[in-house]
Design a protein around this ligand. Sequence first.
Ligand code: ADP
Ligand code: MG
Length: 725
Amino acid sequence: MTIKLRDEALLLATHRDWESFNMSGDSYQISKIFGENVFDITIAEGIDDDIRAEIIDISHSGKRLSEQHADVVAKAVTKWSMSRGVTHFCHWFQPMTGSTAEKHDSFLAFDKQGWPIDKLAAKELMQGEPDASSFPNGGARSTFEARGYTTWDISSPMFILEGSLGKTLCIPTAFVTYYGDALDIKTPLLRSISSLKKQMVTLLHLLGKKDVTDVTINLGVEQEYFLVDKSLYFARPDLVMTGRTLFGPLTAKNQQLDDHYFGPVSERVLAYMQELDYELYRLGIPSKTRHNEVAPGQFEIAPIFKDANIANDQNLLLMHVMNKLAVKHNFVVLLHEKPFAGINGSGKHMNWSITDSTGTNLLGPGPEPQSNQNFLLMIAITVKAVERHAEMIRMSVAGAGNDHRLGANEAPPSIMSVFLGDTLDKIYKAILDGREFKSDESVLLDFKAEQLVQLLQDNTDRNRTSPFAFTGNKFEVRAVGSSQSVGFPATILNMAVADIVSEVNDSIKDKLKLGKDIERIKSEVIRELLSSSYHVVFNGDGYSDSWVQEAKKRGLPNNKTTADALDVLTDSSKTKFLMRDQAFSESEIVAKYNVLIERYCTLREIEFHTLSTLVDQYVVPSAVNYKSKLLAILKDEKALNLSAGVEKEIHEKLNLNLRNIAQLRGKLTMGMEKKYKSSAEQALGIANDLMPLSEEIALECNSIESLVADSLWALPKYYDMLFVR
Ligand code: ADP
Ligand code: MG
């Protein structure tokens, strides 16, 4: 047996130079290149001011754009694109696969005389018709009516994607059926934003803020990822097929020393990060933070927050650019939630806040949070939203990959709770007890070193173990998986909050009718919200076993696997709030459920098949190969009348592992052939029976890998993938 691939991969990986990239000149100024590949309607040339104003208004208000105005934009964007060497355009959309899709068309058209011209027609800008039958639709449409429609999202800017031999203009679009049912993630997100906006503006008017005309929902998306050398990646079929290693013993040193987190970035990785930032700036993505993460080979990037719809688009675009550039640097980006068992997985922190049109952040506590009633109300509303819709929020981050991460002592558990921090917690406790809150004054941190500037202690301590944490002026949702689109969890959160805001609005109106004054009403509402939801607040260690017990006592749901978590979508009493303002229709919810559950089952099936193949074609043959070498020695020893030593022991251990693995492998095959009555049953069977079985197989593989001589092992090991770069 040859082990060529791993050897060659290692040789390649250890001899790489870091890639330098070609900027114009040696250095650049971010502000000069920022957004150069973005067509921003608000400033673009070739659009008259009155038309521009109308288009901007339409992008906020959802009114219809006339074909005439679309034509103005189409002409301007064609001119702009062509001056940059663009030859093609595409409708860029977000099918329910969770990633993006694009179908390219050239600018080629012919004029009346038959001469070739470059043109993007208004119709082409506004609408596309991809074949929808090959995208996940969950039964929302039947395949004989295979048309799906992409329709231009005016509120998200167009951008240019560069390939090595040409450029494409990308038009962000929504993807719907002929009847307008959503086939994507963007459409419900846009509807949820409108719904929450409407409720919020009503609330702010009731609270006396009559000058507010609109609110903005903001998202700041932190993205974690792993980098693995390209050659090693392709030598691990499980990484290629499933995004994660299906087995592999942990290296002795992994992340125990905490020496990777925020450590100096290696030159090769830094070159990647630098080129990534450069490309992101050109695409108008405000990349801000980059650093090493906790696990070896793990990193993070975070742009500055933006309007939720654009932030979601930009996060998807970011993942695309990350993938593309990594290959150029001879890396592959792993966005899977748990590429390597035993060390940290990757998440996506979704920072969420609301600002109103006067510029006030409604989650900003101000200097005196205890007397900032509007702030206290907004927090109480969000706490109540998480309490009431905990299962839905949990569902929104469900997925095969995230099942490995949530509750794995690095990521928050699958129990939804809210962290408020000390100060806020004390304020709310005082409100609930009907006491007056006494502030401890601003606490200054004493560094015991007078050279250092004094720092004002943050009101919110950092609690990394909470799935939903208040972090000073925003909520940070930490349960989102690294590969997931934030579009869906953001949609659910927006709708959950809209649900409570709408009730609060009704309650305030009723109380006003009774002649109460608004300040008193606010106090009453805050108290009412909290008294029915405070049990969802938890400021302790979310990783501890005692929290699991405590949460159970408090009656908080704990849906551990995707199979458990998705069930909530089949309960109409729990999904009803999604239909407010037609954010979802009943059939869209059914479709969503079908897509998610099928996706879960399919991903797991691919994993089981891949694992079986690896066992048959790599693990068992390596063990057998090693055994034959041991047997030869044993025979020699016997012939020479020498007593058999350690060879016999290893041989016996391998035999035991091989017997176990054959048996488990057989069980897995039988399990995979089992017929289930429904996808729900199949998902449960997979989560509860087949997953544990596959994990047992992984342990046997790990034992064999640990025993077999390294020179006979064909697959890259954790050592290779995590430390060689
Ligand atoms: P940390 O890792 O400490 O949580 P980072 O700076 O890495 O912090 O990321 C914080 C993210 O939160 C950034 O994307 C940032 O732009 C975003 N953010 C900051 N303020 C707000 C806000 N008011 N609303 C939404 N997102 C915010
Ligand atoms: Mg964070």
